[in-house]
Ligand binder design. Structure first.
Ligand code: HPA
Length: 260
């Protein structure tokens, strides 16, 4: 299945041929779809070329509609490498966004905090990332990777100030998962300079950069990572924390989309 066939299918469902931007929603953040006006929604399982979504808490639908003045593709639910999808497939949403001529991409995720100064519920802008020991972008090139999104980070901080939403900034450690980390791994990651740890987002950001889209990654801290607090980690908590920040997250992303 090539991307132009996927696009043709979606246009057949009523999608416009072009969009301004795309948003990929992480675990528990599916509530953002309420920000979309005049949206047309298509379940992932109907879309030719789309893999199936399995993790609880992921809606699994693609919506095209308006957020403020911008026409946006919103992906509620994502494809994780740990679910067995090859990296090439985890970035299909980004490639489709590019096929619709999206100029910018906001990618969100739930992650554990490594930084002891952060708290559960914090929103963190991803200014750089680390990839721990496995292939994490789709290219075969051996060239070094420099991910650069300084302008988008600046813009997001400005939006945060204007809306009165406190934002953190930091480095995201990408692990394959699906198991959570050991305390020793978290200590090591902290020593290396990582602020948060999660199992997604990096392939999508790199693909966006490769395709020439402006990109911004936003992490919601849903738990302190292993060993940082005594609490045991459970997937259910992610949803609770995400729900408690739903409103701020929605306002933040909606306004970033207007200005990006
Ligand atoms: N580790 C890895 N991925 C995660 C975590 C975590 O603590 N929390 C949410 N996603």
């Amino acid at each position: 299945m090539n991307l132009s066939e996927t696009k043709a299918f979606l246009v057949g469902k009523g999608f416009s041929e072009t969009v301004d931007a795309a948003v990929i929603l992480g675990s528990g953040l599916g509530g953002f779809t309420a920000m979309v006006e005049n949206g047309i929604s298509v379940p992932y399982q109907e879309i030719p070329g789309f893999p199936e979504v399995t993790v609880a808490g992921h809606g699994g639908e693609l919506i095209q509609g308006m957020v403020g003045d911008k026409r946006v593709l919103v992906y509620s639910g994502r494809f994780h490498h740990y679910e067995g999808h090859p990296l090439e497939r985890t970035v299909i949403p980004v490639r489709i966004a590019s096929e619709f001529n999206a100029k910018s991409l906001v990618v969100s995720n739930a992650a554990g905090s490594i930084n002891t100064r952060f708290s559960v519920g914090d929103l963190m802008l991803i200014d750089d990332f680390m990839r721990f020991g496995f292939k994490s972008s789709t290219g075969n090139e051996m060239a070094s990777t420099r991910y650069a999104n300084n302008n988008e980070i600046k813009l997001a901080h400005k939006v945060g100030l204007d809306l009165g939403i406190q934002l953190r900034q930091g480095t995201y450690m990408f692990v394959k998962g699906p198991v959570y980390e050991t305390s020793a791994e978290i200590r090591a990651f902290r020593y290396l300079g990582a602020d948060a740890v999660g199992m997604s987002t990096v392939p999508e950001l790199l693909e966006a950069q490769k395709l020439g889209l402006k990109s911004l990654g936003i992490t919601l801290i849903t738990n302190m990572s292993t060993g940082v607090s005594k609490q045991k980690l459970e997937h259910g908590e992610i949803k609770e924390v995400a729900d408690s920040r739903k409103e701020d997250f929605g306002r933040l992303v909606a306004e970033i989309l207007q200005r990006m």
